[in-house]
Design a protein around this ligand. Structure first.
Ligand code: GZL
Length: 312
């Protein structure tokens, strides 16, 4: 927008000159809430004026927010895209307005000249790490897995399913017997797990739950306990995000493993944006964040303490 161009001309652009619009998906999970907290803090630390819009998990609300940011003439736009498709038109409008767009935590199916960069984890790898952990945990015992998928059509749901299936492909004793979306929320995760337990005659034959995020796993753990089942021991629980509450569950012997996802996507995003606006440095199209496996043997209480005040 104008402010950045003017400042670029003056060659003295700094974060203090920037107004950035952020179209956030919503607050469906603890991880999402942490990402919002961290992004607002990163903006504050850098003197960026952040315009925040919560879409309540609806793409049409995200598109409206982005159009609003374009009309305001912001200097840049951050989007955490709820689903992978349907973005071309609005991103072309941002491009025509000469407003750079950065994607946070989810990829989209669109030509990559429509955005400056995407800051995300390797979600296929996350699913693979989760699947590899289960393979190691069950050996050659028969294992019926219940899968709680993330939001239908989102890149993490598509990719985490793919990675997990790659991991178990060579192990015919491990099968995904039921798979349904829990939309990344605790409530839906619990509801879907209740239906799985009913469909699996009380759940005693269920060997494992693979949830695309910890919030659905926490909901599923609740459902299993209410059905008199033993999550974490009779039924293995593996998920992704590494939010504080999954470490409490591990501490209580009710969860087994999680793959960490940093909520700090905004740090690398703002670094790339400032370098681009200041020196014209073009970032790579993908800035990858780390994925680390945590299990119940990694001092869950200490990890919980280290994460509990980070805004989840
Ligand atoms: C993944 C991110 C997912 C988290 C969920 O990058 O988009 O969305 O894993 C959140 O907790 O709902």
């Amino acid at each position: 927008g104008a402010a950045a161009l003017l400042a670029t001309f003056a060659g003295t652009v700094s974060a203090s000159a920037l107004t950035v619009g952020f179209s956030q998906i919503g607050s469906e999970s603890g991880w999402r809430a942490a990402e919002t907290t961290v992004t607002q803090q990163q903006a504050k630390d850098r003197g960026v004026d952040l315009k925040f819009a919560d879409a309540q998990q609806k793409q049409e609300n995200q598109i409206k927010a982005v159009r609003g940011f374009i009309a305001q003439g912001v200097d840049a736009i951050l989007i955490a895209p709820v689903v992978a498709t349907g973005w071309d038109a609005v991103l072309k409008e941002a491009q025509e307005a000469d407003i750079p767009v950065i994607l946070l935590d989810r990829q989209i199916d669109a030509p990559d000249d429509l955005y400056l960069t995407a800051v995300t984890s390797d979600q296929v790898h996350e699913g693979k790490v989760a699947g590899d952990w289960l393979v190691g945990a069950v050996g050659d015992q028969e294992c019926k897995v219940m899968e709680l998928q993330g939001t239908t059509g989102s890149s993490p749901a598509i990719n985490r399913k793919k990675g997990f299936e790659e991991a178990i492909a060579g192990h015919p004793n491990i099968t995904i017997a039921r798979s349904q979306t829990g939309d990344f929320t605790r409530t839906k995760g619990k509801e879907v797990m209740e239906s799985f337990i009913k469909a699996e005659n009380g759940g005693k034959d269920i060997c494992a739950v693979y949830a695309h995020n910890d919030d659905m796993a926490v909901g599923a753990i609740q459902a299993m306990k209410e059905a008199g089942l033993k999550p974490g021991s009779d039924i293995k629980v593996v998920s992704i995000d590494a939010v504080p509450d999954i470490f409490l569950a591990m501490e209580n012997g009710e969860a087994n493993a999680t793959v960490e996802l940093t909520p700090n996507m905004a740090g690398p995003a703002f670094d790339a944006l400032e370098a681009y606006l200041k020196d014209g440095t073009v970032p790579p199209k993908w800035i990858q964040t780390e994925s680390k496996l945590y299990t119940a043997s990694d001092d869950p209480k200490a990890v919980y303490e280290s994460k509990k005040d980070l805004g989840y």
